[in-house]
Design a protein around this ligand. Structure first.
Ligand SMILES: [Mg+2]
Length: 164
């Protein structure tokens, strides 16, 4: 593809998994003997089904991946990335409360990637309203991250680049 992002950034809650890690589930998490991830009360915790394929595809395209989350449940969120075997995909993680502008400024400082070379997926409009003005291509995730939404994002990014 002609114009690929130099960094793809994902929100966590309701983007990679269908819950708020600080509200709807009960950390700490563990992997049960059947391989499923469970919370403290034994409840099954899952990703949106196509998330591993989405990250695999980006990695195959050579696009580095980062996480940007405003959750206060920092330990639980990191633990889930490990237990779901996703940590190998994420070269950077910015997980703490506050405006996502901070998360993106730190990602820029750490990676040297400019905002207009970043592609961002988030289910919350307010984060897109905050981050969009930086020049990041933002995609509003509607029903969890999936391959169709990834394609939509890559196309929107390429279009934005062509318009520069
Ligand atoms: Mg979210």
């Amino acid at each position: 593809m002609a114009h690929l992002p130099k960094l793809a950034v994902f929100d966590l809650d309701y983007t990679l998994w269908p819950f708020w890690v600080d509200t709807h589930v009960d950390p700490p998490f563990h992997k049960s003997s059947d391989g499923t991830v469970r919370d403290k009360s034994g409840r099954d915790v899952r990703l949106y089904p196509e998330v591993p394929q989405v990250l695999e595809r980006l990695q195959g395209l050579g696009v580095p991946i980062a996480a940007a989350s405003r959750t206060g449940e920092i330990e639980g969120a990191n633990q889930l990335l490990e237990l779901f075997d996703l940590s190998r995909y994420f070269s950077h993680r910015e997980i703490y409360p506050g405006s996502k502008v901070t998360h993106f400024e730190r990602l820029h400082q750490k990676t040297g990637v400019r905002f207009w070379h970043m592609l961002f997926f988030d289910d919350e409009k307010r984060n897109i309203v905050d981050v969009g003005p930086l020049g990041v291509t933002c995609i509003h995730v509607q029903n969890g991250m999936n391959l169709a939404t990834l394609t939509q994002g890559l196309e929107a990014f390429a279009k934005a680049q062509a318009g520069l």
